[in-house]
Design a protein around this ligand. Sequence first.
Ligand code: PLP
Length: 371
Amino acid sequence: MIPIARPLIGPEEKAAVLAVLDSGQLTQGAVVAAFEEEFAALCGVRYAIATSSGTAALYLALLAHGIGPGDEVITTPFSFIATANSILATGARPVFVDIQPDTFTLDPRQVAAALTPRTQAILPVHLFGQPADLAELVALARRHRLALIEDCCQAHGALYRGQPVGSFGTGCFSFYPTKNMTTGEGGMVTTNDPHIAERVRLLRAHGMRQRYHHEIVGFNFRLTDLQAAIGRVQLRRLAEFTQRRQANAAYLTAHLPAPLMPPAVRPDRTHVFHQYTIRVPTRRDALAAALARRGVGTGVYYPVPIHQQPPYRERGYGQSLPVAEQASQCVLSLPVHPALTPDDRERIVAVLREGVAEVLQPVELSAVHDA
Ligand SMILES: *Cc1c(COP(=O)(O)O)cnc(C)c1O
């Protein structure tokens, strides 16, 4: 089976972990500090604060911006649920607006239409590795004095008009094993604002600047030095991982059989292909099953938009967001990760052709006969 994702962990990562184990300093220490400094350089920001997960990064970023009960945060319904759950966890209300049909990222016009006096922040997701429409979203945030919190959990190193994601607002990254780089579990908040950085640092470790003196109520959302050691090696390899993802994506796009639609890539930004997500006009699940039978793993991100998930329905969400709902019916992600071999890529394309012939072409023919 060619899996949809596979982390690349080599001898350098293993050696780095062993060195930390031997050092006796296991949790947040000098290795986390070095990882933060190096990650800040990737994003071109002054501060990076490591956290225990991407979810923790989002939650602490929102809290650091003072988001809480009574506030509204405008976000996308087409994401991993952590994006919206982090907003709910602060006591604020996620306000879902629709996405664009080709890039699946937040539609800035819908954001503008959803602003109210309670709006405190905009939270776009750079979904599948492609930056959202940052120029429009930054302008909206400035004009209305809102926080801009970027969910960069799928977009490590992606650029928008040459500038790294995570540097436009407050960036939140994840290092879960399927992401573009991993620490097992882990996250990072990036910012140029010293107050936000300080707030996140305090919230991350029980409000302590000085040991056992607690300035605010915080939590334990620390990253360990063991994880940071893996992260530092992965960060050095990220550019190569990204090049391989992009080369795999270019190959798939060049060979994708009709009527499958390749990912839309805007010319003014880089796509780092966390996922290579095609649109299948009909019978998506049957095609996925046909590919699985032939040894090619795929993923549906996401089969149910967040506003239709049970905890959100219970909270009274259930409005119609047709573009997100349609996307959840037709998206299919193919393997694009850097562990793919040239043979794997050829196999994926051959199997796609067979799958299309088996599942989609009979449908097209009967549609022609009916007409
Ligand atoms: C992975 C992910 C998260 C959450 O990150 P974790 O490290 O798993 O907590 C949040 N948002 C998006 C878009 C993600 O892909």
